[in-house]
Write a protein that binds this ligand. Structure first.
Ligand SMILES: Nc1nc2c(ncn2[C@@H]2O[C@H](COP(=O)(O)OP(=O)(O)OP(=O)(O)O)[C@@H](O)[C@H]2O)c(=O)[nH]1
Ligand SMILES: [Mg+2]
Length: 366
């Protein structure tokens, strides 16, 4: 029987979409999303930062609440598949695979995750679906790997270059980080490297005022690399502990922005060896597979050392967090689940997976 179960899709292969077909579907949606990104209007007003305290101050509860749409979508469907006490067969495993892909775990990541699940099921001789949920959970943890929190102790000033497409949440993330580092007793400086529009610097200026940190800014349209260069000099002369540089996110598919980001990276290291110490890519958690493609483009311009995934509160496709690690290789270091100051936290794989698999208080069906 096992032989038939693990014959690897032979009979079903014809019915199932191939990896190429799945990729083609994703490419189509990526293309249309990119068009939307490029269509982002320059007149868009900067969002108002929101620094009020969250109603519920317990991070784990808020994380669970923030991930509830993803949990209902991803784990809800998987649990429904397992709950009927089904036998483990290719059909069940393929259905789980589809749920993961549809929740944006990414095709390659899903296929390798499910390969590992199949191996484990085989080696344990599991035939009914009891225990399959735990195996999936463990394999997700395996992909996420060890936590690598953002640690600014390695250098002084510790420099963080923040990248990402427009609207991803860069400026908001910088505001939240500045507030956090400052309240931990660090001397913090922000560089307004997004000089494309005055509103970008104004928005950053509101955040820096609220966090009580200094901002190094240039005039509108000035060379972002020179603003960042000045900020590095200021960080050195003022003995700052940490410098966070904002950048523009426009037209990421056009070569000049990527060239400019590489230049900013080079300029940072000119007088400060090792800088930028952290290249933090901010990804909009609601952007789907498009975000993965963007990440690859940015990663080519300046090798990304960490990822912040924002807006996980607004998506049923939080599986993107798993895809980031699986498909880009850079660790997720921060996650954002809202617009408030404390809605950005260090990423913990176990917390994330526990929140994904958590049962709602109202559900007692164990
Ligand atoms: N719900 C939610 N909204 C967020 C989160 N992070 C950021 N936002 C919102 O996303 C919007 C865009 O954020 P910004 O920080 O301006 O994005 P940006 O990357 O700096 O954008 P550009 O400056 O245009 O390149 C704002 O309305 C933020 O309040 C989050 O974790 N959850
Ligand atoms: Mg911005």
């Amino acid at each position: 029987m096992l032989k038939r179960l693990f014959k690897r899709k032979s009979d079903d292969e014809a019915k199932q979409p191939s990896r190429e077909e799945l990729q083609e579907n994703v490419d189509i949606s990526v293309k249309s999303n990119i068009e939307q990104v490029i269509g982002y209007s320059d007149d868009t007003a900067p969002p108002e930062p929101n620094d009020g305290p969250s109603e519920n101050t317990d991070w784990l509860s808020r994380l669970k609440a923030g991930l509830s749409k993803t949990r209902n979508n991803l784990m809800g469907q998987i649990e429904n598949l397992l709950r009927v006490g089904r036998k483990i067969d290719e059909e069940l495993l393929d259905e789980i695979e589809e749920v993961l892909i549809q929740a944006d775990v990414g095709i390659d990541t899903t296929l390798s995750l499910m390969d590992n699940v199949r191996e484990r099921v085989k080696s344990r001789g599991l035939s009914d679906s009891t225990g399959l949920g735990d195996i999936i959970k463990q394999e997700i943890l395996n992909i996420l790997g060890d936590d690598k929190p953002l640690d600014i102790k390695g250098a002084s000033p510790y420099t963080i270059l923040v990248l990402g497409v427009n609207g991803a949440g860069k400026t908001t993330t910088i505001g939240k980080l500045a507030h956090r580092f400052k309240s931990e007793g660090n001397r913090v400086l922000i560089a307004a490297g997004d000089t494309f529009r005055a509103a970008a610097t104004d928005q950053l200026s509101i955040w820096s005022d609220r966090a009580g940190v200094d901002l190094i800014r240039g005039s509108e349209g000035s060379d972002p690399a020179s603003v960042v260069f000045d900020a590095v000099q200021a960080a050195k002369s003022r003995n700052a502990d940490v410098l966070i540089a904002d950048t523009a996110g426009r037209l990421h598919t056009k070569r000049p922005l990527m060239d400019e980001l590489s230049k900013i990276g080079r300029v940072m290291s000119r007088d400060l060896p090792g800088a930028p110490h952290e290249v933090l890519l901010v990804i909009d958690g609601t952007a789907g597979q498009n975000a993965i493609m963007q990440a690859k483009v940015f990663n080519e311009a300046v090798p990304v050392t960490g990822v912040a995934v924002t807006k996980l509160d607004g998506t049923a496709k939080g599986g993107i967090v798993i895809a980031v690690k699986g498909e880009i290789g850079a660790p997720v270091k921060l996650i954002g689940i809202g617009e408030k100051l404390d809605d950005l936290q260090d990423f913990s794989a176990t917390e994330f997976v526990d929140a994904l698999f958590a049962h709602d208080e109202t559900s007692h069906e164990d």
